[in-house]
Design a protein. Structure first.
Length: 206
């Protein structure tokens, strides 16, 4: 009975042109409808229950603020001790620029002798460098000539000759030493004393 009454009201409110007007509404068989004009009033669903406000003790809140202020003042007065980098610190004994040995004044003959000796040494090293360069060039030319002859004789052996030798790397070599090693030398087992400085950082608890 109620459904037929609501359908009749909706037909009466429909415009006579047959087009969908602004007054057209949907009629559904639902117990949530509360008016004949289809204005729905729904119960709030999935809403969060109202939380009970916590009572804040003003004394505790003020105590937290005071502790924070005291900590800030303490940090401002005494800053944290930075750990020094010892590699960047020059020892005090090396800061003294005073010369220990007296400077020797050379005579004119000694100065000329040293200058002439330096020129001779420079000429000797230049000749040595040119000799080594010519020797390396000669060896490379001989190597290329030998490889070319090998290629003409046997391409297979030529391919094996120019193949990379995996035993060359890593290259390890020992010496030369400043002094000859002592045979069967057993180094003494000394005592180890740790002199590493320990720096402690002060941590402030909240």
């Amino acid at each position: 009975m109620t459904t037929s009454v609501l359908r009749g009201v909706s037909l009466a409110l429909r415009p006579t042109s047959g087009l969908l007007g602004t007054w057209q509404t949907q009629i559904r068989d639902s117990h949530q409808r509360a008016s004949l004009l289809s204005f729905w009033e729904l119960i709030p669903m999935r809403s969060e229950p109202i939380r009970k406000k916590k009572k804040v003790d003003p004394k505790k809140d003020q105590a937290v603020k005071d502790r924070l202020k005291r900590r800030i003042r303490k940090l401002e007065k005494a800053s944290q001790e930075l750990i020094p980098i010892e590699d960047f610190i020059t020892p005090i004994k090396f800061l003294d620029k005073a010369r220990q040995r007296p400077q020797v004044e050379l005579s004119f003959e000694e100065t000329e002798r040293r200058a002439l000796l330096l020129k001779k040494w420079s000429l000797y090293k230049q000749q040595e460098h040119e000799m080594e360069r010519d020797t390396i060039r000669t060896m490379l030319e001989a190597q290329q000539e030998a490889l070319e002859e090998l290629r003409l004789e046997s391409p297979k052996l030529h391919a094996e000759a120019i193949k990379r030798d995996s035993n060359l790397f890593p290259f390890e070599r020992e010496g030369p030493h400043y002094t000859p090693p002592i045979p069967n030398y057993q180094p003494p087992e000394g005592r180890y004393s740790d002199i590493t400085k320990v720096y402690s950082q002060v941590e402030f608890k909240r």
